[in-house]
Design a binder for this molecule. Structure first.
Ligand code: ZN
Length: 415
């Protein structure tokens, strides 16, 4: 069993489309109230509030604010949990202090279990039933369908989406017995051990030049400031930029799925290097700042981290092996794939030419071949060691996994 996330586009009728922002606003207000509760309680009384303290307040809260009754208790609990997660991230120094959110920046709400909603579909289009909202038409296709788990309603750029997690047995046909090594780089996006090279996509560059053009004109338009609304033209320009950016995101996602599927359909052994993406994309402070930031951008354009994740779960689904070679030990860029002789190359050296055996090929391709050679040895040594099932299901995994439990009353413990 694996958990998967499927996103459907929702087509609410006029009446429902008018009501849905209202529900989103209620959830947003609850979120802000919870942040405020924690803040004042700590500042004024020095007492920190836990998730369960807030969860146990919900029934009383609903008695007073009656409009929350129709939202369903589980949905409300999830919003409270979002606050809890935000504070947990803050305590672990992963992010700043949780902020109050505006309606504009509050994307939607979640049903963490099967109550309050029902998906009337077999994975191909259908309807979404929500309590107190009724039937909403939805369109989308799931690769694998099974038992539904959670549902998140999202509002993005004027469109509504339902993101549903499903417990399913993923089906992917057994692949060919090929083996491949992949090298992700700056010069070429991906180079594989068969000698094929995928260049960096151009869509980001094209989009960036369009965005720069709009930014030029929007500087003359009136942005929002304290107490003053943004001008209509400023909002329009901003919307256009957001549209372009989301198009780039879609193009990137398409490319990632296309490339990863292509690779997995032919190979059952995939070897790559362990990348330190954070270190690679860190801002440069030295003299090569511009060059480094260009490098960062091209690394992030392809979305290497995500692409690797996609390849990993697809390979394991198809019953193959995914191996990450430790770069510090193997040194793919310095080793000759033919004889194993090691000699350092500078970054400008694009061709591998061995001084020992005279072997010659593209630098990145050579690195990919070295990784494949090493992975073959590793596979022989430990068969089936990396055969873990994929559990990738998006960023809201945490919410679904956190166990829900009632706080035991203090009295019973003392007696
Ligand atoms: Zn050699």
């Amino acid at each position: 069993m694996a958990a998967k996330r499927v996103t459907f586009r929702l087509y609410p009728s006029k009446i429902k489309a008018d009501k849905m922002p209202y529900l989103r606003r209620l959830h947003k207000d609850l979120y802000n109230a919870c942040v405020e509760h924690r803040r004042t309680s700590y500042k004024k009384f020095g007492k920190s509030v836990s998730y369960y303290d807030q969860q146990n307040c919900l029934p009383e809260f609903k008695e007073y604010w009656e409009e929350y009754k129709e939202l369903g208790s589980h949905g409300l609990q999830d919003t409270v949990k979002r606050v809890d997660l935000a504070f947990k991230r803050f305590f672990k120094l992963k992010s700043g202090y949780p902020k109050f959110k505006s309606s504009r920046h509050y994307k939607g709400w979640t049903y963490p279990c099967n109550s309050g909603w029902k998906a009337c579909t077999n994975g191909q289009n259908g309807y979404l039933k929500i309590t107190n909202l009724g039937k909403i038409k939805m369109r989308g296709q799931a690769r694998d369908w099974g038992q539904t788990k959670t549902c998140t309603i999202i509002f993005k750029q004027g469109k509504w989406y339902a993101s549903i997690t499903v417990d399913c047995i993923p089906f992917r046909p057994q692949t060919d017995t090929g083996a491949i090594g992949l090298d992700f780089g700056v010069y070429n996006a991906i180079a594989d051990s068969n000698g094929d090279v995928i260049e960096h996509p151009r869509f980001v560059k094209i989009a960036q030049s369009k965005i720069n053009q709009i930014a030029k004109t929007s500087r003359r338009k009136k942005p929002p400031s304290r107490g003053v609304k943004a001008s209509r033209r400023w909002r329009k320009a901003n919307k256009t930029v957001a549209k372009i950016q989301s198009k780039v995101a879609r193009q990137r996602q398409y490319l990632q799925h296309k490339v990863s599927t292509q690779i997995v359909s032919r190979n059952s052994l995939v070897a790559t290097e362990k990348l330190n993406l954070k270190g690679m994309t860190r801002k440069s402070k030295g003299k090569n700042q511009r060059q480094k930031s260009g490098l960062n951008r091209s690394l992030l354009d392809v979305g290497i981290g995500n692409l690797k994740d996609l390849i990993k779960y697809k390979v394991t689904e198809a019953g193959g092996f995914y191996i990450e070679v430790p770069t510090t030990k193997v040194k793919p860029s310095q080793t000759c794939p033919n004889c194993g002789h090691q000699s350092k190359k500078t970054l400008a050296q694009r061709v591998h030419h061995c001084s020992q055996c005279g072997y010659q090929c593209d630098r990145d391709v050579a690195a990919a071949m070295v990784m494949l050679n090493d992975a073959r040895g590793m596979e022989r040594a430990s068969t089936g060691a990396d055969e873990s099932t994929s559990t990738w299901c998006g960023s809201f995994k945490q919410v679904a996994q956190l166990k829900r439990q009632k706080l035991t009353p203090q009295r019973s413990r003392g007696e």
